[in-house]
Design a binder for this molecule. Structure first.
Ligand code: IPM
Ligand code: MN
Length: 354
C-alpha cells in the first residue's frame, strides 16, 4: 500500500475546524483508493507565537523537508501585529522550501453564487499560476530618512531569467496537461515595467515557441486582466503571472468563484515539498461555532493528492464537491449560511468518496 507522510499545520481560528474536515475526507478517499496518509501535527501559528514568541524555528523547516506534503489550515491572529506571522511562518516556509509556484484554480461550481451577472460554471473555469518566490516579495529595498518629511523607501521587483523560466515551464506543462483551450495568458504590466515586464514577455514567447508549439499564447496587462476577469472570464484557460500581480488577481478570482469558503491554493515546489491551503484566513469571529465552510480546505486536500500523484483520488474529491453542490444541499458558501454545519459538510463529502 502506498503511504504518504503529511505535516499538518491547522493553525489559528477556524483553521483546525476546516483541516479536521479535510482529514475526514482524505481518510475516506484513502480507504477507497488503497492508500495511506500518516499525519504529524504542528502547532505553529498565532497562539503559539503569543505563548512562546516563536513563529517557525529553522529546525521545523528541516523536519518539513522529510514530509511528502504540508496541509495548512490558516495562519493569523487578531492580537498579533500584521506581518509577523505572515512573514515568520507563511512566507518563510514558501522561501525555505522554494515553493515557487502558487497554484490557484478559479472554478465556479454549480449552485454557487457568483457576483458576476450572467456567468455560470461554463464561463468561470480557469487557473492562475502565480510565481511564488520572487518579485517584490523577495524583500529587496530599503528606506532612508525614516520619519522625516524627506523619507524615501524602495521595494524592488526582483526577477532572474531562471526564476521566470522555471515558472513559465511549469505553466506550459500545466496548460498542456489540463488539455482544455491550450491557452497560456501572461499577465504583467510591460507597458510600464519595461525591464521586469520585458523579461517575462520574452521568456513567455521564447519558451513557448521552442518547446510548446501546441500551446497558444496571449498577453494581458494586469489592469486589463482585472477587467476581463469580471467581464469575460471565459477568455481564460491558464494565466501565468508574477508574484504580487498574482496575489491581487487571485483574490478577485476567489470572489468570482464564490468567495473564500470555496477557494483553495497550493504552494508548490515541483521537485520538493509542497503546501496546500484554503486561501481564506483564520476567520476568528466564527471560531469554535461549527459554521465555517470547509469546502476550500477539502478542495486543497484534493489538490494535495493530485500533486502527490494520486490523481484519481484527488479527482474523486473534486467530483464529490461538485456533486454535493450540484445537489443543492449546501445552501451558501458563507459561514453560518450553509444550511449545514462544518462537520455535516465534511460528513457529506466523506460519504461521497467512501
Ligand atoms: C496569500 C496571502 C499572503 C501573500 C500573505 C498572507 C503574506 O495574501 O497567500 O495570497 O501575500 O502571498
Ligand atoms: Mn493574497
Amino acid at each position: 500500500m502506498k503511504s504518504y507522510n503529511i505535516a499538518l499545520m491547522p493553525g489559528d481560528g477556524t483553521g483546525p475546524e476546516v483541516v479536521a474536515e479535510g482529514i475526514k475526507v482524505l481518510d475516506a478517499v484513502s480507504k477507497s483508493f488503497g492508500i495511506k496518509l500518516n499525519y504529524t501535527k504542528y502547532d505553529f501559528g498565532g497562539e503559539r507565537y503569543k505563548r512562546t514568541g516563536e513563529t517557525l524555528p529553522d529546525s521545523a523547516i528541516e523536519e518539513f523537508r522529510k514530509f511528502n506534503a504540508i496541509y495548512l489550515g490558516a495562519i493569523g491572529h487578531p492580537d498579533v501585529k500584521p506581518g509577523i506571522l505572515e512573514l515568520g511562518i507563511l512566507l518563510k516556509l514558501r522561501f525555505a522550501l522554494d515553493q515557487y509556484i502558487n497554484l490557484r484554480p478559479v472554478k465556479l461550481y454549480p449552485n454557487v453564487d457568483t457576483p458576476l451577472k450572467d456567468k455560470g460554471p461554463e464561463q468561470i473555469d480557469f487557473v492562475v499560476i502565480r510565481e511564488n518566490s520572487g518579485g517584490i516579495y523577495t524583500g529587496m529595498g530599503g528606506a532612508a530618512m525614516v520619519g522625516t518629511s524627506q523619507e524615501i523607501a524602495t521595494q524592488v521587483m526582483v526577477y532572474s531569467r531562471s526564476v521566470v523560466e522555471r515558472c513559465m515551464r511549469f505553466a506550459y506543462d500545466y496548460t498542456r496537461r489540463r488539455n482544455r483551450k491550450k491557452l497560456l495568458t501572461l499577465v504583467h504590466k510591460c507597458n510600464v515595467l519595461t525591464y521586469a515586464g520585458d523579461l517575462w514577455v520574452r521568456t513567455h514567447n521564447e519558451v513557448g515557441e521552442k518547446d510548446y508549439p501546441d500551446i497558444k499564447r496571449d498577453y494581458n496587462h494586469v489592469d486589463a486582466c482585472t477587467m476581463w476577469m469580471v467581464k469575460s472570464p471565459e477568455f481564460y484557460d491558464v494565466i501565468v503571472t508574477e508574484n504580487l500581480f498574482g496575489d491581487i488577481i487571485t483574490d478577485l478570482g476567489a470572489m468570482i468563484q464564490g468567495g473564500m469558503g470555496i477557494a483553495a491554493g497550493g504552494n508548490i515546489n515541483p521537485e520538493g515539498v509542497s503546501m496546500f491551503e484554503p486561501i481564506g484566513g483564520s476567520a476568528p469571529k466564527y471560531t469554535g461555532q461549527n459554521v465555517i465552510n470547509p469546502l476550500a480546505a477539502i478542495s486543497a486536500a484534493a489538490m494535495m493528492l493530485d500533486n502527490l500523484g494520486e490523481c484519481e483520488a484527488g479527482a474523486a474529491i473534486d467530483k464529490a464537491v461538485h456533486d454535493a453542490l450540484d445537489s443543492g444541499k449546501i445552501k451558501s458558501m458563507s459561514a453560518g449560511r450553509m444550511g449545514m454545519s462544518t462537520t455535516q459538510v465534511g460528513d457529506l463529502i466523506a460519504s461521497m468518496v467512501a
